[in-house]
Design a protein around this ligand. Structure first.
Ligand code: HEM
Ligand SMILES: [Ca+2]
Length: 295
C-alpha cells in the first residue's frame, strides 16, 4: 500500500533532497528531464516500478541496461545514483531507489513546464532484473496501434493512458535508426517537407546515432505540440504517428491538441497509474544502499 506521506517521519527531507539533485542535473542539461521520465517508464514496464532497470551486471544480475530498448539509449542512471547518495547522507537505508526514480520523473516533468502531481511512496527495490522482459514488454518504434494498446493494456493502462503518456515525446531526442524507415519509405502518413528535413540529419545508411527532436517545435518544453504535430503528419516515430492515422485514438489526439490543460491533467493521472504497476511493498525486496547493486 503506497502513500504520499510514507517518508514524513522517517526522512522528512527526502523529497526536497531529491528535487535539488534533479533540478541541478536538468539545469546542466535540459534533455535530462526527458531521459529521467523515460527511465521511470522503462523501469515500471519491467517487473513493475522496482528500480530493476538501475542494476548493473553482476554474478547474480543480468542487467536490463543491455536490453535492446535500453542499450545506448536509456540515460540518466548516474543522476539517480547521485540523488540516492545525497539521500543516503541524510537518512541511510530508508528511501528506495524505486521511489527516488518515481519522484525524479515527477520533478523532471515540472522542471520543463509539465504538470506536477502528488507521488505515492513506499516502493521497495528489487533483488532481481529481467533482461528478457525488458526485450519483450517494452514497446518498439515500429509497433502497430493494436500492439501498443495491448502492451499498455497488459500493464493495466488504457489506450487513453497510452496516448497521454506518449505525449512525453513532446520533449527529448531520438536516434536516426529509430525513425529512418519512416522518413525514407514515402508513406502517405508523413508530411513530405518534414521527411526531407529529417533526412538531412539522418542518411539512408550510416549516422545511426544522429539525434533529432521527438517534437520539432518546442523540444525542450513540455506542452501539447506533440499532438498538433501528429495531426500535421509530423510524428517522428512510426509509433507516434499510429496514434493519429485513422484509428481508434485519433479522437484523443485531437482532444489533447486542442486542450493542453486536459492533456496535462491526464498525463499526471496516467503517470500516477504507471507508478502503481506491481510495486514491491512492506517487507518485499529491499532498500538498496546503492541503486546499481543489490545489498
Ligand atoms: C507508446 C510506446 C512508446 C514507444 C514505441 C517509444 C519509443 C521511444 C523511442 C524509440 C525513443 C528514442 C530512443 C532513442 O533513440 O535512443 C523514445 C524516447 C523517449 N521516450 Fe518513448 N516510447 C513510447 C512511450 C513512451 C512513454 C510511455 C514515455 C514516458 C511516459 C516515453 C518517454 C520518452 C522520452 C521522454 C523520450 C526521450 C528520451 C531522451 O531524450 O533521453 N515514451 N521513445
Ligand atoms: Ca522494473
Amino acid at each position: 500500500q503506497l502513500s504520499s506521506t510514507f517518508y514524513d517521519s522517517t526522512c522528512p527531507n527526502a523529497l526536497t533532497t531529491i528535487r535539488t539533485a534533479i533540478r541541478t542535473a536538468i539545469s546542466r542539461e535540459r534533455r535530462m528531464a526527458a531521459s529521467l521520465i523515460r527511465l521511470h517508464f522503462h523501469d515500471c514496464f519491467v517487473q513493475g516500478c522496482d528500480a530493476s532497470i538501475l542494476l548493473n551486471d553482476s554474478s547474480t544480475i543480468t542487467s536490463e541496461k543491455n536490453a535492446l530498448p535500453n542499450l545506448n539509449s536509456a540515460r540518466g542512471y548516474e543522476v539517480i545514483d547521485n540523488a540516492k547518495s545525497q539521500v543516503e547522507k541524510i537518512c541511510p537505508g530508508v528511501v528506495s531507489c524505486a521511489d527516488i526514480l518515481t519522484v525524479a520523473a515527477r520533478d523532471a516533468s515540472f522542471a520543463v513546464g509539465g504538470p506536477s502531481w502528488i507521488v505515492k511512496l513506499g516502493r521497495r527495490d528489487s533483488t532481481t532484473a529481467s533482461l528478457s522482459s525488458a526485450n519483450t514488454e517494452l514497446p518498439g518504434f515500429g509497433d502497430s496501434l493494436d500492439r501498443l494498446v495491448s502492451m499498455f493494456g497488459a500493464k493495466g493502462l488504457s489506450a487513453r493512458d497510452m496516448v497521454a503518456l506518449s505525449g512525453s515525446h513532446t520533449i527529448g531526442q531520438a536516434q536516426c535508426f529509430t525513425f529512418r524507415n519512416r522518413i525514407y519509405n514515402n508513406a502517405s502518413d508523413i508530411d513530405a517537407g518534414f521527411a526531407s528535413t529529417r533526412r538531412r540529419q539522418c542518411p539512408a545508411t550510416g549516422g545511426n546515432a544522429n539525434l533529432a527532436p521527438l517534437e520539432l517545435v518546442t523540444p525542450n518544453s513540455f506542452d501539447n505540440n506533440y499532438f498538433k504535430n501528429l495531426i500535421q503528419k509530423k510524428g517522428l516515430l512510426a509509433s507516434d504517428q499510429v496514434l493519429f492515422s485513422g484509428g481508434s485514438t485519433d479522437s484523443i489526439v485531437d482532444e489533447y491538441s486542442k486542450n493542453p490543460t486536459k492533456f496535462k491533467s491526464d498525463f499526471a493521472a496516467a503517470m500516477i497509474k504507471m507508478g502503481d504497476i506491481n510495486s514491491l511493498t512492506g517487507s518485499e525486496g529491499q532498500i538498496r544502499k546503492l541503486c546499481y547493486a543489490v545489498n
